[in-house]
Design a binder for this molecule. Structure first.
Ligand SMILES: C[S@@+](CC[C@H](N)C(=O)[O-])C[C@H]1O[C@@H](n2cnc3c(N)ncnc32)[C@H](O)[C@@H]1O
Length: 286
């Protein structure tokens, strides 16, 4: 790097490891160390919602704070509540959805909180086989598929009333982000909702970016670090909100925006696939 990183030693070290192609093993080692520290916390928290809690090594992979089982459960519940809230504000409700998809569901942090929905069909998918396997074994009310880093998804067009993606666009290159917006539109029912979380102004202000990266962000561009590791927690994308609304969201109606809305201070963007005149409710997820 030609200039000092503003995130301090951590960013400099990660850049150095990345040059040596060692950043991913280093991040994984950090996740496993966190998992070791928190591995005994799952049992109590596991009883809280009656469903098994994923092992600490999977929780840590979803995010460092999620190694703590209590935080994992609490934050997942809060995200499920945020989805409810956003849909309420948009004039509908989770109960009215026939089919929903948790795209990049990980080990079911949010997905598990739909267990009690009476009629909605719950689908999830992820590129990580161990996450998918854990969900399949432990969240039997959900249909969870192993999918690829690039489209397509194994679903027919117009299959879902809601697709949501928490902390997934945050780990993709711009090219993949565009491809996945198109694919989300394909699998959404006309009038269906897409909810995504991004790292916005809050994260840009945390000194994680170099001066030139920050200047690019402020000029309205997406900044993506460690693109070679797209799809993993190492790759991180920073989105100016107006870029999400106007560029990434082209082809969708923009419904609402909540900056730094959750405990992880992610921005939330709710879109809607335009309802074409005379559109039927469409084919449902296979
Ligand atoms: C930070 S974790 C978040 C997991 C979950 N959404 C949550 O909020 O707990 C990101 C997840 O996205 C998955 N992922 C990354 N790229 C993906 C893609 N192209 N399609 C599906 N899943 C993807 C990763 O495997 C990982 O499980």
């Amino acid at each position: 790097m030609a200039e000092p990183a503003r995130w301090g030693l951590r960013r400099v070290a990660l850049d150095a490891f990345d040059k040596l192609h060692l950043a991913r093993p280093v991040v994984r080692a950090y996740e496993l160390a966190l998992a070791a520290r928190w591995r005994h916390t799952a049992t109590d928290a596991g009883e809280a919602d009656g469903l098994p809690v994923p092992p600490a090594r999977l929780r840590a992979q979803v995010g460092p704070s999620h190694a703590d089982a209590s935080f994992f459960l609490r934050s997942g519940r809060e995200h499920a509540e945020l989805i409810r809230d956003l849909l309420d504000d948009a004039g509908t409700s989770v109960e009215q959805l026939e089919v929903m998809l948790d795209w990049g569901c990980g080990c079911g942090r949010v997905l598990r909180h739909w267990a009690g929905l009476p009629t909605t069909r719950i689908c999830g998918c992820d590129i990580d086989g161990r996450m998918v396997e854990w969900c399949r074994r432990n969240l039997p009310f959900a249909e969870v598929a192993l999918t690829g880093i690039s489209p397509p998804l194994p679903y027919s067009p117009d299959a879902f009333d809601l697709v949501y993606a928490f902390s997934v666009f945050t780990h993709l290159t711009e090219e993949l982000q565009r491809a996945w917006m198109d694919e989300s539109r394909r699998v959404l029912n006309p009038g269906g909702y897409l909810l995504i979380s991004t790292l916005g102004e809050h994260y840009a202000s945390l000194d994680r970016l170099t001066e030139s990266e920050l200047a690019s962000f402020r000029a309205g561009n997406v900044v993506v670090l460690y693109e070679r590791s797209a799809g993993t927690s190492l790759c991180s994308a920073y989105h100016p909100p107006q870029h999400v609304r106007d560029v990434l969201g082209a082809g969708f109606d923009y419904v609402s925006f909540r900056p730094a809305a959750d405990a992880g201070r992610h921005d939330l963007h709710l879109f809607r696939k335009p309802a074409t005149s005379g559109a039927s409710s469409g084919t449902r997820a296979r």
